[in-house]
Design a protein around this ligand. Structure first.
Ligand code: SF4
Length: 258
């Protein structure tokens, strides 16, 4: 059963109630990795301010043009920039990709495989990844959580916005700082599978319901303890709570993204 929470609940209680309720609303997410570690790392780098379709196009064109990671590493920079031209900043990302591939090659003795991270402690893995150009906490956390089930929590703009509106993250906490704040709050309660579901569910809520402009609060199952809702509409009435859908209706509202 979802954890009861009120508008005045502590941040931790709100975060755990958010997790329990969204787990029912969206359903538990299978924990299989969505793509290989190398693809997760490089695709997430390419995805910055770029649509999913354009990110995939850039990734596919890059490997079609140069064959494999060794070929991408050795490619003339201008040719690589051209191959990934559908990303937002190809001239910035191309040298980053080559720098990253060079470091992975050096670490693995010539193979381009990140599986060694499975055996490294989480902190060492995080430090090694975030030391690479263009790899921030979000990208490193996605790789470590999605592919290696390390106990970390990726925080993107959607997760960050939902957390601040519901009221379990302070209004001045940046996306970068939110990684540590939310992880400290949730790690004692959630294993990597729970953290994975927390990330996916809040990402979906932010993308599909809690929009940056005009959040769709009537559809949202968090209205009973969301600070934003209380500030804008007052405490949710029994009628508003009763009218709230219990589950995501894919037939009516569409399939959830990857
Ligand atoms: S009640 Fe509204 S503001 Fe609060 S999380 Fe839901 S959609 Fe966002």
């Amino acid at each position: 059963m979802p954890t009861p929470a009120t508008y005045a609940a502590s941040p931790t209680d709100k975060a755990l109630a958010d997790h329990a309720i969204l787990n029912e609303f969206f359903g538990p997410v299978p924990t299989a990795a969505r793509r290989t570690p190398m693809r997760e790392l490089i695709s997430t780098l390419l995805s910055h301010r770029t649509t999913h379709a354009d990110e995939e196009l850039a990734y596919d064109r890059m490997l079609e043009a140069f064959g494999d990671w060794e070929g991408v590493l050795a490619a003339p920079l201008d040719d690589l920039i051209h191959a990934i031209r559908t990303t937002r900043w190809p001239a910035t990302q191309a040298p980053r990709i080559q720098e990253i591939l060079g470091r992975i090659k050096a670490e693995t003795g010539g193979s381009f495989n990140l599986d060694f991270l499975a055996d490294w402690p989480t902190e060492r893995s995080m430090t090694w990844l975030t030391d690479m150009p263009g790899i921030g906490l979000k990208t490193a956390s996605l790789v470590l959580l999605f592919n290696f089930r390390k106990p970390v929590l990726p925080v993107d703009a959607h997760v960050h916005r939902v957390a601040q509106r519901v009221g379990f993250l302070g209004p001045k906490v940046s996306v970068e700082k939110a990684h540590a704040v939310l992880l400290d709050m949730l790690k004692p309660q959630l294993d990597p599978e729970g953290l994975f579901n927390f990330h996916k569910h809040n990402y979906w809520l932010g993308q599909q319901i809690c929009f940056f402009q005009k959040p769709n609060c009537p559809r949202c199952p968090l209205k009973g303890f969301c600070s934003y809702y209380q500030e804008h509409y007052g405490e949710a009435t029994p009628e508003a709570l009763a009218a709230t859908p219990k589950h995501w209706d894919a037939a009516a509202w569409g399939q959830l993204p990857h």
